[in-house]
Design a protein around this ligand. Structure first.
Ligand SMILES: [Zn+2]
Ligand SMILES: [Zn+2]
Length: 421
């Protein structure tokens, strides 16, 4: 059983008094407090390196912390030991006859799972076991970026989840799981982040999953649209009526689900009522002639109604969609998957779509298992990365849960990504 010191818990009677030392004299930063309802306490964490102090205030007279202070006065309350797998740790301890306060883990502060060992075993020290939450921060704030004469606004249609193994192809889980920790169904958190380009016209590139997904699929894909594209547009001061052009990187449901919506009487109509929609001619052909391998990704309801409504234009490789914005074929993910090159006044941004779905996919061989032509993805990525470093492209990661855009740098043969948004 491997353990580390996670934090020392201190029972506090007067928080402000206590902070005059820890915050004001030692200069430690105090995190925003968190109520732990099950314990009737408020926890304030002061992080220092890999460990922390946890100042504990009682929020009710029957709180264990209130009782502790009554009996022994304020002071050291417990030592928390971090474990990787709290269920395995509890089973191991129970197997050795160790007396436990909690036989099963319960929710603790910061989304962790915790359990206490009985002090009779530990000679008077209350010991907490803690398995920290493995969560990545979610980024959804609509954010503006000036690229020459164009304005870019990254907007969110919420989050979803896909199988971690499928997202990283031949890369073993041991290598990717620390970057994007999977849940108990092996799914990793992903963003749905279209991009708005404002120039001669107002364009949106991709539009997330939309609101038509049936509940069974929404559960499989862990779709979380508590905050979605309409919220993001409103926060950016826009509505669906402001969009002149809707551009598809490719026609998979997580990119074009938001292209159409259902009316109250069940008709499928363009979601952006004034817009012309643009897709790639061969991608359109493939999407409307699916086979066993890609059928689950090409949902006809997302794009066929656009053709019926007469708002669709089909274009070819390299097409200029509006001044400064053009398609560039990457292939690989689908035969005609496009990245979108956005250029103004010598600066370049690239909407990478499923070529670099997340910032974790920067290494050339980190190619999705979903890709139909992985060797084509590899070839494109090799050349593209060199070009991106040389010309300092601002790269947009549509599915990265935490980072909207970054610039790829290379130093001493090593690549690193500088986060910009
Ligand atoms: Zn795709
Ligand atoms: Zn995708």
């Amino acid at each position: 059983m491997k353990v580390w010191i996670d934090h020392l818990g201190i029972a506090v009677q007067d928080l402000e008094q206590t902070l005059t030392f820890f915050r004001d004299v030692l200069g430690l930063h105090v995190d925003a407090p968190e109520e732990v309802a099950s314990q009737r306490v408020r926890a304030h964490f002061l992080h220092m390196g890999p460990s922390a102090l946890e100042l504990l205030e009682a929020t009710a007279p029957d709180s264990p912390i209130a009782r502790f202070i009554e009996k022994r006065g304020p002071g050291m309350h417990h030592v928390a030991l971090r474990v990787e797998d709290i269920d395995a740790a509890l089973a191991y301890l129970a197997g050795r006859g160790v007396r436990l306060i909690d036989r099963v883990a319960r929710p603790g502060a910061e989304g962790a799972r915790v359990a206490f060992i009985h002090p009779s075993v530990t000679h008077g020290v209350l010991v907490e076991l803690k398995q920290p939450a493995r969560r990545v921060p979610f980024f959804r704030t609509p954010t503006r970026y000036a690229l020459g004469d164009l304005e870019l606004i990254t907007v969110s249609d919420g989050f979803f989840q896909l199988d971690g193994g499928a997202m990283f192809g031949v890369v073993p889980r041991t290598l990717w799981e620390s970057r994007l920790p999977p849940d108990d169904r092996n799914r990793i958190p992903l963003g749905l982040r279209p991009l708005i380009v404002r120039g001669a016209e107002t364009m949106i590139i991709d539009a997330g999953c939309g609101d038509k997904m049936d509940p069974k699929l929404a559960d499989i894909y862990g779709l979380d649209r508590a905050y979605h594209l309409d919220h993001a547009l409103a926060e950016a001061g826009l509505t669906v009526d402001d969009i002149d052009v809707v551009l598809a990187s490719h026609l998979h449901f997580d990119h074009v689900g938001g292209f159409t919506s259902k009316t109250e009487d069940g008709r499928l109509v363009p979601r952006f009522p004034r817009a012309r929609y643009v897709a790639h001619r061969q991608e359109w052909h493939d999407a409307t002639h699916p086979h066993e391998r890609n059928r689950a990704s090409y949902l006809q309801e997302n794009f066929v109604p656009l053709q019926d409504a007469g708002v669709l234009s089909l274009v070819d490789d390299g097409a200029e969609i509006m001044p400064g914005v053009r398609y560039r074929r990457s292939g690989g993910h689908t035969a005609h998957h496009q990245v979108v090159m956005i250029e103004s006044a010598g600066a370049t941004a690239v909407f990478a779509a499923d070529m670099y779905p997340t910032s974790a996919h920067i290494p050339d061989p980190w190619v999705m298992g979903y890709d139909l032509y992985p060797m084509d993805t590899l070839g494109f990525k090799r050349a593209f990365a060199r070009e991106a470093v040389e010309r300092e492209y601002l790269i947009f990661f549509e599915h990265d849960p935490s980072m909207a855009a970054g610039i790829l740098r290379e130093q001493g043969g090593k690549r690193r990504l500088e986060r910009i948004i």
